[in-house]
Design a protein around this ligand. Structure first.
Ligand code: CU
Length: 163
């Protein structure tokens, strides 16, 4: 009887502690940098370069920026922006792509994008490629990008799926 009462007395606080622990653990697992929709444009075999796109959400209260990208499948990766100059759209390298606190940087056709130069192999459609992303806060992420011919259609009625 005494043992049973003690057991009951112990049980409630330990449940609370476990719940708190799980809550803290789940907060810690939530990466403030969320990368979604990473893809590389499939190119004809004669091409030695291609473009890459992704969405980077910064859920933290600190500003951040993408400062460099690497992949094993290309000699170099540059970050580019599109600018309108002399009545023409042209692209040029940028040293960083800002991701302000609470905002999302969109790398997409017609805007910011990655350029992969010196492809070591020709990525086939539906292959996946790993990109190493370097951020201004000294952190690094690995993103899995799928090889596609065109941007995936944005769902009109539902929010985009997150990984
Ligand atoms: Cu470019």
């Amino acid at each position: 009887m005494i043992a049973n009462t003690m057991y009951k007395a112990l049980r409630l606080p330990s449940l609370v502690i476990i719940t708190l622990f799980l809550f803290v653990a789940s907060c810690r697992n939530q990466d403030p940098i969320q990368i979604t929709d990473a893809w590389i444009r499939a190119m004809p075999p004669s091409q030695t370069m291609t473009a890459g796109f992704l969405r980077i959400e910064n859920t933290s209260p600190q500003d951040n920026a993408l400062v460099a990208v690497e992949t094993a499948m290309a000699d170099t990766v540059e970050m580019h922006e599109m600018v309108y100059e002399n009545e023409m759209m042209k692209m040029q390298p940028v040293p960083r792509i800002a991701i302000p606190a609470g905002q999302t940087a969109q790398l997409k056709p017609g805007g910011y994008h990655l350029m992969l130069f010196g492809l070591k192999s020709q990525p086939a459609e539906n292959d996946s490629v790993f990109l190493t992303l370097y951020f201004e806060d000294q952190s690094t992420r690995i993103a899995k990008a799928f090889v596609r011919k065109t941007a995936q259609q944005e769902p009109k009625t539902q929010p985009a799926a997150t990984e």
